[in-house]
Design a protein around this ligand. Structure first.
Ligand code: NAD
Length: 513
């Protein structure tokens, strides 16, 4: 699959202990800072120092656009996690000045913005996503740190009037201590920011574990965290796979809480490990299979503009995407034809060339998604788009946008999260039946409703079992708005004021006057 490098020129760099060639598309150059970072021997960030893993092991990292080795990252095991916990415990200071926390977070946001291009290049090489989308992620991460910089000195308790006389009762919101943050590969830097920013604003010390496929931006972020002046040990970064690295965190008695984004299957393992160890708190942002509901009176032009991206953005590797599309039968053909035509036009390619869609993250994910496509065909769903292969590059883990039509909610491609550029479309006639169909899912992350009838939209929004409902739009986000899942899509709400509850605990103090 990866034998040819036609049209690609190569930048030769020294990757820690050996030379390798980074294959670059014609007319594309990387910043010297990106090449410098790639040429480093990557280490763990523990107690403010960059240290080798105690077992000396590393993991290879590949570029999913061409299968090329681009880095080796350290493989931390339980002993490294233990060292990170000790460093974080030492750094934890519940009296650390709130305004200083705010300044550190704001400085970090500034540093991220100053390094947008470099961070985006690393993200694109590591994850495959188009460079403009990687830049949007980096800017989103900076925005998150700024938003929570604003909260750091506003985390207040309250006074409570009680029935007994001569009592003063007040509450404090106190940090939890050492918090473990485990993030996935689909939005590596952004997901790290969603957790780091509120956890640090609330006064915790943290241990961040990025996904093993995409750890480079987290490691570069560690350098920016040091440059911003965070005290040693307040932020620690360990890299490695779910087992042993992630599991060692979830079972560690010195970690008070795990903030996790990833698959529902791993979310369940994390709850189990938390229960079997020290009953640490967990918050979980998990999978989704979100319904996108288009009524007969939908604003059609806006639907068509939105639908391509709400179906295929990030090559379908986004938890909120509207992968179950329900369309009123009066519009069905028109909407589906429009989506198929737009899907066919999408340019797939190496993210450095800024195509519409990059590759899937790995060969494993490619095979998983291809397996679902095969299963959809075997189950009798009709493939409307996805057979044409000429838009798919010869090398890399690319799959074309794929649409299946069905009328059976029980199919596995309708019920299970595929996490690739695959959507299912289905017609409906009776608007009253649509809430039941939309809610017939183990997931409940997000949903969208398209109609000009605002009463109908709100009525349905209240009926849908989803943590977020968008009306006449899709994937609208802001750091100020709580986000999280119903049912098996998760526990807890990130973002906004809600995230402060995830990273603090409430204490009630009684005084007999
Ligand atoms: P994953 O669950 O395989 O891995 C996520 C993280 O957990 C990685 O860092 C991984 O190393 C770690 N991990 C794996 N096994 C572990 C274990 N036993 N103990 C501790 N840590 C472990 O998920 P993924 O494949 O990286 O990401 C895709 C999934 O993430 C999809 O299901 C997607 O829907 C979900 N996701 C959800 C949201 C959300 O906000 N709800 C956002 C992005 C992604």
């Amino acid at each position: 699959m990866f034998s040819q490098y036609n049209n690609f020129k190569a930048a030769s760099i020294r990757l820690s202990h050996f030379f390798t060639m980074i294959a670059l598309p014609d007319n594309i150059q990387l910043l010297p800072a990106t090449l410098d970072f790639l040429s480093k021997e990557h280490r763990l960030f523990i107690g403010g120092a960059w240290v080798a893993p105690l077992n000396g092991k590393t993991l290879p990292v590949e570029n999913p656009a061409n299968g090329q080795l681009i880095a080796q990252i350290p493989l931390a095991d339980a002993r490294d996690v233990d060292a990170a916990v000790i460093a974080a415990q030492k750094a934890f200071d519940p009296d650390f000045s709130p305004s200083k926390r705010a300044r550190l977070l704001w400085t970090l946001a500034d540093l991220i913005r100053q390094h947008v291009q470099e961070l985006a290049e690393l993200e694109t090489l590591d994850n495959g996503k188009p460079i403009d989308q990687a830049k949007a992620d980096v800017l989103g991460a900076a925005q998150h740190f700024r938003y929570y910089a604003g909260w750091a000195d506003k985390i207040e308790g309250h006074t409570i009037p009680v029935s007994a006389k001569n009592r003063l009762v007040y509450t404090r919101r106190e940090p939890l201590g050492v918090v473990g943050l485990i993030v996935p590969w689909n939005f590596p830097l952004l997901m790290a920011a969603w957790k780091l920013a509120p956890a640090l604003a609330c006064g915790n010390s943290v241990i961040l574990k990025p996904a093993e496929q995409t750890s480079l931006t987290a490691l570069r972020l560690g350098e920016l965290i040091a440059a911003a002046g965070f005290p040693p040990g307040m932020v620690n970064i360990v890299t490695g796979p779910g087992i042993p690295t992630g599991e060692a965190m979830t079972r560690h008695p010195g970690i008070a809480k795990i903030g996790f984004t990833g698959s529902t299957a791993v979310g369940k393992k994390i709850m189990e490990a938390a229960a079997q160890s020290n009953l640490k708190r967990v918050s979980l942002e998990l999978g989704g299979k979100s319904p996108n509901i288009i009524f007969e009176d939908a604003p059609l032009e806006a639907v068509q503009r939105s639908l391509t991206w709400s179906s295929f953005y990030n090559s379908g590797q986004e938890c909120t995407l509207g992968s179950r599309i329900y369309i009123h039968n009066t519009l069905f053909d028109q909407v589906v034809d429009g989506l198929a035509a737009a899907g066919q036009q999408l340019r797939l390619g190496n993210g450095l060339l800024n195509p519409d869609l990059g590759p899937l993250i790995s060969q494993q994910q490619y095979r998983r998604v291809q397996g679902y496509i095969d299963q959809g065909l075997a189950e009798g769903a009709t493939r409307i788009l996805g057979e044409r292969q000429d838009q798919v590059p010869e090398e890399g883990y690319f799959l074309p946008p794929t649409i299946f039509r069905h009328q059976n909610e029980e199919l596995s491609i309708v019920q299970e999260e595929i996490f690739g550029p695959v959507v299912v479309v289905s017609a409906f006639e009776d608007p009253e039946s649509i809430a039941a169909r939309a809610n017939h899912s183990a997931y409940g992350l997000a949903a969208a409703i398209w109609t000009k009838d605002i009463s109908k939209a709100h009525r349905l929004a209240h009926q849908l079992q989803a943590g977020t409902v968008w009306i006449n739009g899709y994937d609208m986000f802001d750091p100020a708005v709580p986000f999280g899942g119903y049912k098996e899509s998760g526990i807890g709400r990130e973002m906004g004021k809600s995230a402060l509850d995830l990273y603090t605990q409430e204490k009630a103090i009684w005084v007999a006057l």
